[in-house]
Write a protein that binds this ligand. Sequence first.
Ligand SMILES: [Zn+2]
Length: 313
Amino acid sequence: MVWFGRRGIAAALLVLVGLAPSLAAAEDAKLKAVATFSILADLVAQVGGDRVAVTSLVGPDADAHGYAPTPGDARKLAEANLIVVNGLGFEGWMERLIKASGSKAPLVVASKNVKTIAGSHDHDDHDHGDHGHDHGEGDHADPHAWQNVANVKLYVANIRDGLTAADPANAALYTANAAAYTQKLDALDAEIRAALAAIPQERRRIITTHDSFGYFSAAYGMRFLAPQGISTDSEAGPKDVARIIRQIRRDKVPAVFVESIADPRLMQQIARESGAKVGGRIYSDALSAPGGPAPGYLEMMRSNLTAFREALS
Ligand SMILES: [Zn+2]
């Protein structure tokens, strides 16, 4: 054991006391960005790197559709230097929350410039299996644009531009980070295409609880069905469930998937009554917790891909 003596301890304490405020100052110097949900927060963190402190209002494994904001959320917005939302009606609760918070922070709509597709409404009597079926006026755009990797490249560009406008001193860093992450997105896109191409066409069908894989299906050549609409706000009715079961039987759909944010019982019931098997847990609207299989966007997409391959190949 080494004895430093009183003077040594005093010196060590001084060093510690001196360090604490400088660490706090480093945190303070970071741009404070608030993202509405975990997937978006990851993208902001990828582009912002160590210059940005990112907070997500809706956490991992949580459903952003019907989220009820807390007073703590309003405080986070009030302190934010930048707010990042998905847009496309995904965060219906956000406008009021921003107003209530008094925040004057600039707002980045990450989905800006995305070519939207219409959500398939499942709460009527039509039998419309294919996703993207257009029901004309009054249809809402499907907000789950991040399920197509090409769209996430636009998200990253919009986030880069927002960070650059809010913090021009670090523009070069944000540009470099965005470019590096975009390369990873290109590799992911190619990986998804190659993996799905290996699944026989007639087995490329996804059934999930809510209508969240429309962009994925359109981009990567899957057929997609869900008993619930593009939001989780309304429950799937008995007619919706009966229709899905009929289609699974008719089209010999191999598997249904349980979303991490959804109650698994509906899919278990549909699987039981239709003869399809229950595929792995998939991530549509939220990341997993840090130790889970989908702690970031890239991991999330790869984890879903593995689940699809295992159930459909
Ligand atoms: Zn959703």
